[in-house]
Design a protein around this ligand. Structure first.
Ligand SMILES: C[S@@+](CC[C@H](N)C(=O)[O-])C[C@H]1O[C@@H](n2cnc3c(N)ncnc32)[C@H](O)[C@@H]1O
Length: 334
């Protein structure tokens, strides 16, 4: 599903070309990137400062690590390094042998002191700019018990959360999209450490949901995607997080096993097509968490899953703006 790939801005990301995380059928109306009540941003009262100042330092690449350490010591909340390794497009980054460091600060005094010690150019970052960063899925976010941190942003995870370090590359799934966030919140509710659940993530994209499931306490996690690029990115992300997830590029129909929890964040028409397969991959008492459904599509998805023999678990259904998450359960074996 090419429409589920995202591209990112070169402005903050050291890696790749331009934004955005959107489903193919991106609706009009409220932005699908709006922050949700259960999603804690960096900012006042969260324990994680919202960066308001950026200190740009152009330096010799060989001292980048040293100067990064200095920025941290001087109170930076995050340090970003752009050099010729992290910049892929010619002419976009600093000249060969040079590196651009960006130190992010929330405290003006600290930012000014860092500028007086290290030099460089201090600029104020408008809230609007940071908001744009969020929209592009480039900032860290917290949803439920999951803290998702882009691999190139260094901020501390809240103590009570599990951290997923992610580089979504060209795959969908930074956590910033409401459909992903709804799934993260559901996984946070349904999985407990030591609970022993087996999980299948259908349409894993960047691997975020699968990795989060494992970190939230799933015993065993399988994941698939029909897009080979996504599978590759997801494997890299699982390795980055040091968790074992069994990834496959095979369609759901070819996957063996039955699972306690199946999560699928895919477009509604695909969810409808997969209803029978989803049902047959659920263990007795297994639950399916379906996301990627726009409000007007809810009825058709609901009908397909009832027809597949599952029962609605309405207490687990959730809504975020125009998006809904539907939950279904398989009856326990007689
Ligand atoms: C919206 S993205 C979701 C990514 C990630 N799970 C998340 O929640 O952020 C949907 C993903 O499903 C994949 N996909 C589409 N149709 C599929 C199918 N029939 N079986 C498995 N994966 C599929 C796409 O390639 C894409 O990576």
């Amino acid at each position: 599903m090419a429409g589920c790939r995202e591209m990112r801005s070169g402005a903050i990301s050291p890696h790749r070309p331009a934004p955005k995380e959107a489903f193919t059928s991106k609706p009009s109306g409220p932005t699908p990137f709006a922050r949700r009540p259960d999603q804690r941003a960096c900012g006042p009262g969260t324990g994680i400062g919202l960066p308001s100042y950026a200190l740009d330092l152009e330096i010799a690449a060989e001292v980048a690590e040293l100067r990064s350490a200095d920025l941290w010591d001087l109170g930076a909340l995050g340090v970003e390094v752009r050099d010729d390794e992290t910049t892929q497009r010619p002419g976009e980054g600093p000249p060969p042998g040079r590196a651009l460091l960006v130190g992010w600060f929330s405290d003006r005094d600290k930012a000014e002191r860092a500028a007086s010690v290290l030099g460089g150019h201090l600029r104020e970052v408008e809230d609007r700019d940071w908001g744009e960063t969020w929209k592009e899925g480039l900032g860290p976010i917290s949803v439920g018990r999951v803290f998702v941190r882009p691999s190139w942003v260094a901020v501390r995870a809240p103590d009570d959360s599990v951290e997923v370090v992610l580089d979504p590359g060209m795959a969908f799934g930074t956590g910033s999209h409401p459909t992903t966030a709804l799934c993260l919140a559901a996984l946070s509710e349904l999985l407990v450490e030591g609970g022993g659940a087996s999980v299948l993530d259908v349409g894993t994209g960047s691997g975020l949901l699968a990795i989060a499931a494992k970190k939230l306490g799933a015993r065993e996690v399988h994941a698939n995607d029909v897009d080979p690029v996504a599978v590759e990115v997801a494997r890299e992300n699982a390795a980055r997080n040091g968790v074992e997830v069994l990834f496959s590029g095979e369609p759901l129909a070819s996957l063996p096993g039955r699972f306690d929890l199946l999560v699928a964040n895919i477009l509604a028409n695909t969810l409808v097509e997969l209803a029978g397969e989803v049902a047959s991959h659920l263990a007795p008492s297994g639950k399916a968490i379906l996301s990627g459904i726009l409000l007007p599509q809810e009825a058709v998805v609901r009908r397909a899953y009832l027809a597949a023999g599952l029962r609605p678990l309405e207490e687990l259904d959730r809504r975020d703006g125009e998006w809904v998450l539907l939950a279904f359960g398989r009856e326990p074996a007689e």
